[in-house]
Design a protein around this ligand. Structure first.
Ligand code: HEC
Length: 167
């Protein structure tokens, strides 16, 4: 008798665990703005307008991706620069202020993002904004241009290896 109750308990527990697991995954996928088909701006299209692209790509990042510099970039991204409010604390594009934005904030943790942008292009967006989106110019208005480079250096590590951060 005791064994039957025990077995029944285990089955119920397993059932409960599966339900919780299924609900949490489905909630996660519907909540993530970047999963909404057709809204995310095509990653392969540069965010810098064509006329400024060559100049933006030519910008040289003065900040090396050392641990110390990345820590400073992280602080700007996750605190003082308020980037996290839209891009999320881990840069996944799931920050509370980013919910409902069309297009949604870029998911910097997407492995496809890695290597598609030069640091100069990202810096251009942080200093000029991303045309057609709610990403406006943050530097020098909200963060200094120097801090923009630190933030960019940090962003480049979110989807890949810090040592692969591009110049
Ligand atoms: C109000 C919400 C919001 C805040 C705050 C914000 N962003 Fe954005 N960001 C966006 C949106 C929306 C986009 C547009 C996505 C796109 O270009 O496809 C974007 C795009 C970008 C891009 C370009 C992505 C690409 O595909 O090239 C960079 C880089 C960026 N943000 C960095 C930052 C940094 C650094 C900060 C903090 C200083 C910041 N953002 C703060 C909403 C925000």
């Amino acid at each position: 008798m005791k064994r039957t109750i025990l077995a029944l308990g285990i089955v119920m527990l397993a059932f409960y665990a599966i339900t919780v697991l299924l609900t949490s995954t489905s909630v996660r996928s519907t909540n993530s703005p970047n999963r909404e088909a057709g809204q995310v701006m095509d990653l392969s299209v540069p965010r810098v307008p064509q006329e400024f692209l060559a100049a933006a790509k030519g910008l040289k990042n003065p900040v090396q991706p050392t641990l110390e510099n990345l820590a400073r970039g992280k602080k700007i991204f996750t605190s003082t620069g308020a980037c996290y409010t839209c891009h999320g604390l881990e840069g996944k594009g799931d920050g509370p202020a980013g919910i409902g934005l069309v297009p949604p904030p870029r998911n910097f943790a997407d492995p496809q993002f890695h290597g598609l942008r030069t640091d100069g292009e990202l810096y251009w967006v942080v200093t000029h904004g991303s045309p057609g989106s709610s990403m406006f110019a943050y530097a020098p208005q909200i963060i200094s241009e120097e801090d923009a480079w630190y933030a960019v250096t940090y962003v480049q590590t979110l989807s890949g290896n810090p040592s692969q951060a591009r110049q």
